[in-house]
Design a protein around this ligand. Structure first.
Ligand code: ADP
Length: 513
């Protein structure tokens, strides 16, 4: 008795050692069954698993049974094993042949004679996942001690099965993720919140030459592009992704667009960042084309300026000449040339202005801390004299200061004001500059009592060269570059802009910093 208990303890220790070994699950289960049948002194042993969907038991390990028998399946409740699985309780049956629960299907097929059975359920989290069965006690009958030992083996086997299932499902998920990770054309890097690289895909490896340098952290990688990333800013940024671009000239021009997605875990109390996913795309070609287009625009605008100045100058001279008794026709024609020429010159100025701002990068801004009231008052002062017919109002609802490139932001506000007056048919034109704090955001708005903007147009008006139909606005000249210029200035300040409008009532453009 004591000898048996000692032996079964030893075997159990062995099994738990095996559990943490690298043995493959089926080998492991066979070993468990071999050891357990020895401990309880049985001729044979089997392990059945439960097929949840079909509610059937099938053999996973069947020591000593021929293959055709191993393919047999048993309904839940059928035979001793089926009963054990259904009830979740161990069964000792020392006279199997006269046990009503005994199912002779197996014996009939294998020619084996079952005399006694010890059957124990394998239970995980209160659910039966299968049963283990010892067949034919070699000496005497199965005892309560055998049952206890066998139950201990059953639970070890259950743990092994559960572990392997969990491991497999994790492995499967990882495989799926690996495939997605490898297949996407963009570079992808998964890092810890501090930037330590965990995995990266083929494209990322290519862009960042990871294999060559094997840098541990994305920060080091970006340093190769002379780019310093402010991690605190990435982590505290709101919204879906934090975007930026990095660029280097040698060995080959490379401009990469990077989006950082925060992988967060949400608990009831808070949201914590578990990791960062960096999506990298090569935008070199696109950016180079844009630069070329801008350079081209800038070049031709400059080329237009000199001849246009001569045309306008002479047209003005002729149209205002009263001395030489010029024919009426000549004066009219030159007045028209001068009028149109002036508009053309203004358009070219706008274009140059836009190209100038569009070429700027955030690093070139001259930032100063400025009280918002001062900013709005200065804008008011600068447009007051040119627009005596418009009523200007400044409403500072909250006092705060902003860290901005003052010249640029004033340019943006003046552009919004110009639009508010241009698209305005009211008898008494009104412009309101206001400042307000909302949810910690600094908001500056320019409102007007103009014609308003049709709702469906609002998403498009910030696009380059986009203009609402002239029939609606009654406007003739313009490039459709005013709002894109404002948007660019706002984005250089890492802010955003949105418009709200009501037809025939007016519009308000709000810059959020
Ligand atoms: P442009 O002034 O050269 O047409 P913008 O980019 O400044 O170009 O504006 C784009 C379009 O948005 C304009 O054509 C106009 O229809 C509309 N828009 C802009 N500001 C206002 C405003 N304050 N009120 C009504 N419509 C506006």
């Amino acid at each position: 008795m004591i000898a048996q208990t000692n032996e079964s303890l030893e075997m159990l220790v062995m099994v738990s050692r095996l559990l943490s070994s690298k043995l493959d699950i089926s080998e492991l289960l066979i070993t468990i069954m071999r050891l357990s049948s020895r401990v309880v002194g049985a001729e044979r042993a089997s392990l059945y698993l439960l097929d949840e969907k079909k509610q059937e038991l099938y053999f996973d390990v069947a020591l000593g049974l021929p293959e055709n028998v191993q393919k047999m399946r048993f309904k839940l409740g059928e035979g001793v094993s089926g009963t054990c699985a259904k009830e979740g309780k161990s069964i000792i049956s020392n006279d199997a042949q006269s046990d009503a629960r005994h199912n002779s299907r197996v014996d009939n097929k294998s020619g084996f004679v079952t005399k006694s059975l010890l059957t124990c359920p394998m239970i995980i989290k209160g659910k039966v996942i299968g049963v283990v069965q010892a067949v034919n006690k070699i000496d005497g009958e199965f005892t309560e001690t055998d049952k206890n030992s066998f139950e201990a083996f059953a639970s070890q086997a259950a743990i092994a099965i559960e572990n392997s299932r969990l491991f497999n499902s994790v492995k499967e998920e990882k495989n799926k993720l690996d495939i997605v990770f490898r297949k996407i054309r963009e570079g992808a890097i998964l890092t810890k919140p501090d930037g330590e690289i965990l995995i990266l895909n083929y494209s990322a490896n290519l862009y960042l030459e990871h294999e060559k340098y094997n840098l541990p952290n994305v920060k080091d990688v970006f340093e190769k592009f002379n780019f310093r990333l402010d991690f605190a800013e990435v982590l505290k940024s709101e919204g879906h992704a934090y975007k930026f671009e990095i660029e280097r000239d040698s060995p080959k021009k490379l401009i990469l667009d990077i989006s950082v997605i925060k992988l967060t875990k949400e608990t009831k109390e808070e949201q914590s960042v578990e990791g960062l996913l960096w999506i990298i795309s090569d935008v070199t070609e696109q950016r180079m084309e844009e630069r070329m287009a801008r350079n081209f625009l800038s070049l031709i605008s400059h080329k237009f300026k000199t001849p246009l100045a001569a045309i306008n100058g002479y047209a003005q001279l002729l149209s205002e000449n009263t001395r030489d008794n010029l024919p009426e026709m000549v004066r009219k024609a030159s007045a028209s040339i001068y009028g149109q020429g002036t508009k053309l010159a203004a358009l070219i100025e706008t274009l140059l202005d836009f190209v100038g701002v569009d070429n700027l990068s955030a690093g070139e801004l001259k930032m100063t801390e400025t009280p918002v009231e001062e900013l709005l008052r200065e804008v008011e002062e600068e447009i007051k004299d040119k627009t005596p017919e418009v009523t200007l109002k400044v409403a500072v609802l909250d006092k705060f200061s902003v860290n901005v490139d003052k010249t640029l932001v004033k340019k943006a506000l003046k552009q919004l004001a110009a639009n508010g007056m241009k698209f305005n048919k009211s008898q008494e034109k009104l412009l309101i500059f206001s400042a307000q704090l909302k949810d910690g955001n600094k908001m500056i708005s320019v409102g007007d009592n103009g014609i308003g903007i049709p709702g469906e147009e609002i998403p498009r008006i910030f696009n380059k060269f986009y203009q609402v139909e002239a029939a609606f606005t009654g406007q003739v000249e313009g490039w459709g570059l005013g709002l894109p210029l404002v948007k660019k200035i706002v984005e250089l300040h890492k802010g955003r802009i949105f418009a709200k409008s009501q037809l025939e009532k007016g519009s308000a453009f709000t810059i959020v910093l």
